[in-house]
Design a protein around this ligand. Sequence first.
Ligand code: SF4
Ligand code: SF4
Length: 120
Amino acid sequence: MTAVRDPHPCLACGACCAAFRVSFYWGEGPERGLPEALTERVNDFYACMRGTWRAAPRCTALQGEVGQATQCSVYAARPSPCREVQPGDSQCTAARARHQLAPLALAQSELESRCTTIPA
Ligand code: SF4
Ligand code: SF4
């Protein structure tokens, strides 16, 4: 019998894409191939994902409904902050709380996997 794995929790979340300013050294954008229209300048050194520098942040690259089903439209080119957040870490927990989502309760093996919001 083949075991059926549960879908990755990020596929039904996306909260960390709609909770913080996602800022990074501006040179990362062109280096990774991020469309310039999806970023905005913070200062001479930093840019951020457009839509995340506001009181109710939501990255314009995020598709879907937070807490239901979401997808990153630029997954392969996403900047370093998006690559650093881990399912179940403190940023994840804070982001989920902001959207009234409970903290993840995952096995250690799952906690070690990277955020997958979400390979298209
Ligand atoms: S890392 Fe956490 S907050 Fe971000 S999409 Fe995955 S489960 Fe949601
Ligand atoms: S993972 Fe994608 S949708 Fe989420 S903040 Fe980063 S670029 Fe935006």
